[in-house]
Write a protein that binds this ligand. Sequence first.
Ligand SMILES: [Zn+2]
Ligand SMILES: [Zn+2]
Length: 308
Amino acid sequence: MRFQSRSAFGWPASAAGRANPTKGLVIHYDGSNQGLARKAHSACVSYWKSTRSFHMGASRGWADIGYSFGACPHGYVMEGRGLGRVQAAQPGGNSTWYSVTLMSGPGEDPTPEQINAVRELRAWLMGKGVAGAVRGHRDFISTSCPGDKLYKLVKDGTFAKAPSEEDDMPEYVSVGIDEPIDLPPGQWVTVAWGKEYSDRDHHHWNEGGTTFVVGPARYGCTANVRIDGLAPGTELQARVIEVAEDGSKTEPGPIAEYTASQGATFLHYNLAADTVNSKFRVRFQVIHYGTETGRITSGSAKAFVWPT
Ligand SMILES: [Zn+2]
Ligand SMILES: [Zn+2]
């Protein structure tokens, strides 16, 4: 279990009263979508801290963050009140059940890593004598929490399965070109990927957009494009480029060189391994040094991504 304790957030020991919950684990959510799965884990830490401030502030006035634990989309279990404390999460079960929030809203699906984090938390609690039962907040009082998506997973037993082994399977992105792209001479042209074949982890930032890997991550990628309209012998280059989210900075990757052949020219670009930093997005560019305007008529890009 990837666990972050209170000390990682700069919090002192919880001021909440002692308890010995043994009945199981209660699932919660946030009433509004948070989009944390698309952000770096630092956004989860900020979210967790602001949740505690809200719970301890004027509108709630609690002794501490309301929950025992949080499970973030990146697969971390984040300590709230932690073990052995009364919660302010599910009246009717605050001293007899543990609580975990998934930090997501009604429109958000939990990530596989997040589901596994809940399973790991449950297994860890069971090792401390807590029963394996899993409930939703709405099983205690009338509330929308934990939302229909999560409650369905409570009811179908998804959270009560054994955690999966550490899984180092990379995320996979596969995108393609859906309309021709003009290639004027002497200009780097960023390829837009109008088709999305596979992108469970939201690397293809905007559908139809140019980004196909989002940092922070290690990744490898290939891009294959067909170019028409260039005279045989025309020189071409291709590269990936890492662009800052706010547009303030770009970092070009390795350049590969090609020569146009008779008829269509096929570029095969391969980058076995690279690193992209937080708040940077990877795109693919092509340039040629002919005199006519060429045209990218088809193509695709595929990437394996290991978030860091
Ligand atoms: Zn709740
Ligand atoms: Zn996270």
